[in-house]
Write a protein that binds this ligand. Sequence first.
Ligand code: SAM
Ligand code: SF4
Length: 457
Amino acid sequence: MNTIVDAEKIEFLLNDKSVPSSGDVYSVIEKAKKLKGLSLEDVSILINAGNEGIAFDEILTAAQEVKETCFGKRIVLFAPLYLTSECINNCLYCGFSKDNKETARNTLSKDEVIREAGYLEKMGFNRLLLVAGESPKSSSIEKIEETVRAIYDHTDVRIVHVNAAPMTLENLKRLKKSGIGVYQVFQETYHEETYQKVHASGPKRDYQKRLQALDLAMEAGLDDVGIGALLGLYDWRFEVMAVVSHATHLFRKYDAWPHTISVPRLQPAVGSPILSPPYEVTDRDFKLICAIYRLAVPTAGVVVSTREPEALRDEVLKCGVSQISAGSRTDPGGYSQDDEHYDASQFKTNDHRSLEEMVEHIAKSGDLPSLCTSCYRVGRTGPVFTDSVSHEEMARYCLPNSLLTLKEFTLDHANGSRKLCEAVIEKNISNIEDEKLRKATVKKLADIEQGKRDLFF
Ligand code: SAM
Ligand code: SF4
């Protein structure tokens, strides 16, 4: 039996189509609120209930409640930075795949990286996700190290996360040493047969190697890892159970739930053989998936990208999602150019709102936009992070940290949203229950007003 993903057990549970009672669903919800995770049997109850329309809204509401217990009202914002579109793999859904003749290839030089990161920093981003195709030259460990160093040395970006191909233990140790935050590898599909079909050639064809990539990362000391399934390649019900299985494996082995679960849904990419999802994932399914991830893996950042359209992104921010990208470009060098170069992009994006527009939207909806990077920098990572969130201790940091970073954003980057942001900060100070912490936050806010930067708890 594979301890990471027990496909037989998942198939068995999926074959059980018995309709759960609302009582069954409520007991799973109550269990989820204890922040200890859910079993595959529990997840199968939520899936069947969601499909049958039993307690659907209650599942979404409970997911939001769990999110707020864990992280309060803060929503973390970040932007991807694409390093290279060179790739030696043939993933039949991706615009960067090796045999795609319609894509314009590009790899950023060190200066171009600094220019792109500088552009994002000017918008107000503190956290970037470096994304790269797999190429021995254009995304070698040396190139990634050089890129991460260039961003830290030449910009005020505070944390760089990485989404890149699986690496050797030695290279993962180098990646850790470079000072990155989260290391993400998406399994794409956990269904092995489908995996073989859609990964036509290249090192990525090795299903097992990819599945074990994050165990290796953990062993290299990269204890904040990110997982995900590319929705649309296979039955999402299988994928969701497999993601929860993978997360549970990591938790049991390393005492840390994955730091993030991303929810990418297949988008058309120019020149790709798979242009539309072989398995449909409706918007309704998408919301349920976000909610199930939150309930089953409570401490994870559930991440939604600009692959999704505006209205749906706004909705999922109310059913468990805690991190969201903004103003994204998926073509290397795209931020420094005016027009979108769809023929050089990895896939099409569907929400074009800028960081400031997202900040405004989140603030108006009653949540708190956050540009915080504190945990990675004070060592609240891996098991420490998991332990703190599951004991309901993290939200007390998230609130003041989101206010401090929002203050910086207001002073340095906001245009039209300034007044709104100031009002949100003012209103939320009184929500800091601990008096000592509230006073310390007020002091730090005043220090920021006086010109100090990068203050956090
Ligand atoms: N090349 C590395 C890899 O495949 O692991 C890392 C970066 S890849 C550019 C990042 C992710 O983009 C992939 O893991 C996949 O889930 C997602 N992706 C690829 N093609 C996509 C598409 N057409 N629509 C949505 N997401 C896509
Ligand atoms: Fe290359 Fe990653 Fe795209 Fe596959 S998903 S073709 S590995 S960039």
